[in-house]
Design a protein around this ligand. Structure first.
Ligand SMILES: C[S@@+](CC[C@H](N)C(=O)[O-])C[C@H]1O[C@@H](n2cnc3c(N)ncnc32)[C@H](O)[C@@H]1O
Length: 409
């Protein structure tokens, strides 16, 4: 039996439906926090997403303001399909002509695991065929289709026999904010950097120090968060703009209001440094594109020479960690040095180390009071939090400590 989840009269952007917001694994608690702050209900928290409810009009607000989300997907239809033929016939029932302009451009993304399908591209093709056949049968012409995500984007989820079809109101993933023109080495995804700052609890009170800033993502996201600036304001294109019924006037108003809302004041300094002058140059340019360059003090130096002003706040480090557990000798020493830096220079602050190498994390040698899980793509990571009271005692670094309970859980 098929179930129409949202009313088929999709020219009405105000009708409520189910909205799935995708994000990185381990990010749902922070995404839920953001949704609650914006007044949206939490229906379910998934492994890498949160389900809420709202209208297509609401997706404009969600796309422009959420910091940790990847995609905002508006549910169109759910049904059972054991085979590709079922998928085609059920997809054909959806009144696609009410959502997608016949002279538009269509892209289909998918997550498929069905035993009759060897190549997910075949499922995507069947879904696309049904959509364009339906539109052609009504209008006599069909939208072009391909992999470009700048037009109407549909997301097909098909696991075993369960099919869920969504309109992807984001189009390009929301991590592509539009400010990072120069990524440098091992850049952190913008949505991940935002999640890290949200997890520290810093919202603009106290200093935010980011040695090893690389392309500046953490410092830039921190500045946006502190000023309560919607991260999507820089983007010029979203999926919802290519859905029939899109209210250009309401969107313009939302953007204008967001731009004109007075920015929150930051009661502290944001300092970002890196040993690599090219990284600092790139970070500065990225911050300029993001419109927060005047809020961040950049300089080139070894992280241990970073200015740590009085007044406290947070120090956030994202050192290199390689991809394998264990790490090499140089990195082991490097992480050990971070412990010294925290202990000697950062008293009165909360220190954070974001790393994907749990063995190296232990080498910091200080007792962490929180180990917050994150995923950087497929790599399981931790944000370790250290309360750096004056006189913090380093745990004695010795062979016995190799398996000491510092290990992030
Ligand atoms: C993993 S990257 C940081 C990426 C950053 N979060 C971003 O989003 O672009 C690590 C950075 O540490 C810097 N670095 C390495 N050794 C350093 C040192 N001794 N002092 C300061 N920065 C250092 C590197 O130049 C590199 O930019």
């Amino acid at each position: 039996m098929s179930v129409i989840i949202n009313d088929p009269d999709m020219t009405d952007f105000s009708k409520n439906g189910r909205i799935l917001i995708t994000c990185a694994k381990a990010m749902p608690p922070w995404l839920s926090m953001e949704l609650k702050e914006r007044g949206f209900p939490i229906v379910t928290e998934l492994d890498s997403g949160v389900v809420t409810t709202g209208s297509l009009a609401d997706t404009m607000k969600l796309n422009i303001s959420l910091r940790t989300a990847h995609r905002v997907l508006f549910s169109v239809k759910e049904f059972q399909a054991p085979t590709a033929e079922h998928l085609y016939s059920k997809t054909l029932e959806v009144p696609w002509e009410e959502y997608i302009p016949a002279d538009g451009y269509l892209c289909i993304n998918s997550a498929v695991r069905n035993e009759t399908i060897n190549d997910p591209r075949f499922a995507t093709l069947k879904c696309k065929d049904a959509i364009v056949d339906r539109i052609r049968s009504v209008h006599g012409k069909r939208p072009d289709s391909g992999s470009d995500q700048t037009g109407t984007v549909v997301f097909l989820y098909w696991q075993d026999n369960d099919v869920k079809i969504y309109l992807d109101t984001s189009g390009e993933p929301l991590s592509r904010r539009g400010y990072r023109k120069i990524p440098m080495k091992a850049p952190m995804q913008e949505t991940l950097a935002a999640g890290v700052i949200l997890a520290t609890g810093w919202r603009g009170d106290g200093n935010m120090i980011n040695p090893m800033c690389g392309s500046g993502t953490i410092a830039i996201e921190a500045a946006l968060i502190a000023q309560k600036r919607p991260p999507g304001l820089l983007r010029t294109n979203f999926g919802f703009e290519h859905i029939i019924g899109f209210d250009q006037g309401a969107w313009k108003k939302l953007r204008t209001n967001s731009r004109e809302t007075p920015k929150s004041k930051i009661n502290g300094r944001i300092i970002a440094t890196d040993i690599d002058p090219n990284a600092v140059e790139a970070a500065r340019k990225n911050a300029t594109t993001a419109g927060v360059d005047s809020l961040i003090e950049f300089s080139v130096c070894d992280y241990t020479k970073t200015d740590i002003p009085d007044g406290g706040g947070i120090v956030v480090l994202n050192p290199e960690y390689g991809e394998r557990l264990g790490g090499n000798e140089d990195l082991t020493k490097f992480y050990f040095g971070i412990g010294d830096f925290f202990k000697q220079k950062c008293q009165g602050y909360r220190g954070y180390v974001f790393t994907g190498n749990l063995e190296l994390a232990k080498r910091v040698g200080l007792r962490s009071n929180r180990r917050i899980p994150f995923f950087n793509s497929r790599i399981e990571c931790r944000l370790l939090e250290f309360e750096l009271y004056s006189g913090t005692k380093r745990k004695k670094y010795s062979k016995e400590n190799d398996h000491a309970p510092e290990q992030p859980s």
